[in-house]
Design a protein around this ligand. Structure first.
Ligand SMILES: NC(=O)c1ccc[n+]([C@@H]2O[C@H](COP(=O)([O-])OP(=O)(O)OC[C@H]3O[C@@H](n4cnc5c(N)ncnc54)[C@H](O)[C@@H]3O)[C@@H](O)[C@H]2O)c1
Length: 380
C-alpha cells in the first residue's frame, strides 16, 4: 500500500499545469513508496482556482497561500508562483515543516536565496528546485557520458537560450502573463528566467563557475505597466551574453535574448572535450548528438543518438525502444526522483543549497554587466 503524499500547489499557470500533470502520472510509470494526492490548489482568484481544481482533480482550493500552509493535511508545498513570492512562501512553508518544491529561479537575488537555504536547513525539510532540464533523458545521458570520462578534459561549454516574444514595443509589462517584464516581480530578465536554466545545466555537467564577464541590454526602455496603467521604465535585461571560466579550466559562453526573431525556446548546449563533443537542442530534446574522435576515421562523424532505449536514463519506465517522450516527462522524472529520495531519506538534487550556486552566478553576471568588470562568483 502506497503512502499518500498530500500536495498543496500554489500558482495555477504554466508550471501549475506541468506539475499537476506530473503528480497525476508519476505513480503510473514509477514504483514509488508514496502516491501524490492532489490535496489542494491555491490561486488568488476564486473562479480561477475552482476551474483549475476541477480540471486537474484537486480535492480542495484556497485563495490565500498562508491558509494552505497552515493546513495539517498538507505534506508538501509546491511553489509555482512568480519569483517575487518564492522567498516568503518558502520561509513560511519551512517553518510549518512542509516539504518544498520550488520553481526556478530559487529567488530574485542570491540574498533572498540565502534566506531560503537557511530556512529549509534550519527546519530540516526536504526541498528541491525545478531545474527540470536535468531530467530530460538526453541531458541525463550527457551527464553520464561526461562522468564516465568519454569526453576527457573539457575545453568549451557553449549555451544559448533564444526567444522572440517581447520584440513589440507596444507589449505592456507587469500583471498576469507579463510579470516576467517587471523587474520587481521577476528580479531580472533573461538572466534569471532563461540563463538560470543554462547555468544550472552547465554547472551540473561541467562543475562550478569561478568568474564571469557579461553584457546586457534593454532594447525597449519604457513600457506601459498593466497594473498602474502608466508608462514606466523597463528594469529587466532583454538580452544577456556572458563569458565564464569554470573551475575545471574550461571556458564558457552563454547567450540569451527575447529578441531573436524566429526562435521560441531554442535552448542548446555544446560541450567540446579532448576526446569527444556533445550537443543538445531543446527543439529535438529526445536526441543527443555525439562526436567521438576515437571512432575509425573513415566513419568518424557526428552521430544523432535517439534516446529511447531501455538502458538510457528514465526510458525503461516509458514505452518501447524507438518511441520518444517529451517536455512534460522531465517534470514526472523530477517528482519520481524527489519521492525516491524521500523514501530513502536522502535529498534529491538540486536542493535549495545547490540552486543557490546558480543565484550567485546570476548576481555576478548582472553585477559584471553593470560594472563592465570580471566578477568572481562566491563559492557559497
Ligand atoms: N522549470 C521551468 O522550465 C519553468 C518554466 C516556466 C516558469 N517557471 C517558473 O515557474 C514560476 C511560475 O511561472 P509560470 O510560467 O507558471 O507563471 P504563470 O504566470 O503562468 O502562473 C503564475 C501563477 O501564479 C499565480 N499567483 C501569482 N501570485 C500569487 C499569489 N500570491 N498566490 C497564489 N497564486 C499566485 C498566478 O495567478 C498564476 O496562476 C516562476 O518562478 C517561473 O520562473 C519555470
Amino acid at each position: 500500500m502506497k503512502k499518500p503524499w498530500n500536495v498543496g500547489l500554489i500558482g495555477c499557470g504554466f508550471m501549475g499545469r506541468a506539475h499537476s500533470n506530473a503528480y497525476r502520472k508519476v505513480g503510473n510509470f514509477f514504483d514509488l513508496a508514496h502516491q501524490p494526492v492532489l490535496k489542494a490548489a491555491c490561486a488568488r482568484t476564486r473562479s480561477d482556482v475552482t476551474a483549475f481544481a476541477e480540471r486537474w482533480g484537486y480535492e480542495s482550493t484556497e485563495t490565500d497561500w498562508r491558509r494552505l500552509i497552515d493546513r495539517k493535511d498538507i505534506d508538501a508545498i509546491d511553489i509555482c508562483t512568480p519569483n517575487d513570492t518564492h522567498r516568503e512562501i518558502a520561509l513560511a512553508a519551512a517553518a510549518a515543516g512542509k516539504a518544498i518544491l520550488c520553481e526556478k529561479p530559487l529567488a530574485r537575488t542570491a540574498a533572498e536565496g540565502a534566506d531560503m537555504v537557511a530556512a529549509v536547513e534550519r527546519h530540516k525539510v526536504p526541498n528541491i528546485v525545478w531545474y527540470n532540464y536535468r531530467r530530460v533523458p538526453a541531458v541525463t545521458l550527457a551527464k553520464q557520458l561526461i562522468d564516465a570520462g568519454r569526453l576527457g578534459k573539457i575545453f568549451h561549454y557553449r549555451a544559448v537560450f533564444l526567444q522572440d516574444w517581447t520584440i513589440a514595443a507596444e507589449l505592456p509589462q507587469g500583471g498576469a502573463g507579463l510579470w516576467r517584464l517587471d523587474k520587481n516581480v521577476a528580479g531580472s530578465g533573461v538572466t534569471g528566467d532563461l540563463l538560470a536554466h543554462c547555468i544550472d545545466t552547465a554547472m551540473w555537467l561541467n562543475g562550478g563557475i569561478d568568474c564571469v564577464t557579461a553584457m546586457t541590454e534593454t532594447f525597449v526602455k519604457e513600457r506601459k505597466h498593466n497594473l498602474t496603467g502608466k508608462v514606466e521604465p523597463v528594469g529587466i535585461d532583454d538580452a544577456c551574453a556572458f563569458l565564464a571560466r569554470f573551475g575545471n579550466g574550461s571556458l564558457g559562453t552563454f547567450e540569451s535574448t527575447r529578441y531573436a526573431r524566429g526562435h521560441k525556446a531554442l535552448y542548446t548546449f555544446e560541450i567540446n572535450g579532448e576526446h569527444a563533443s556533445i550537443r543538445w537542442d531543446l527543439h529535438d530534446l529526445h536526441r543527443l548528438e555525439f562526436f567521438d574522435h576515437k571512432d575509425e576515421s573513415i566513419v568518424r562523424g557526428w552521430r544523432s543518438i535517439h534516446v529511447t532505449d531501455r538502458e538510457m536514463p528514465y526510458m525503461a519506465h516509458w514505452w518501447v525502444p524507438g518511441l520518444q517522450i517529451g517536455y512534460e516527462h522531465s517534470f514526472v522524472h523530477q517528482v519520481a526522483d524527489f519521492l525516491n529520495g524521500l523514501a530513502e531519506g536522502r535529498a534529491a538534487a538540486p536542493t535549495f543549497r545547490e540552486a543557490q550556486h546558480t543565484q550567485h552566478v546570476c548576481d555576478a553576471v548582472l553585477q559584471s554587466a553593470s560594472s563592465r568588470q570580471w566578477v568572481d562568483v562566491p563559492s557559497d
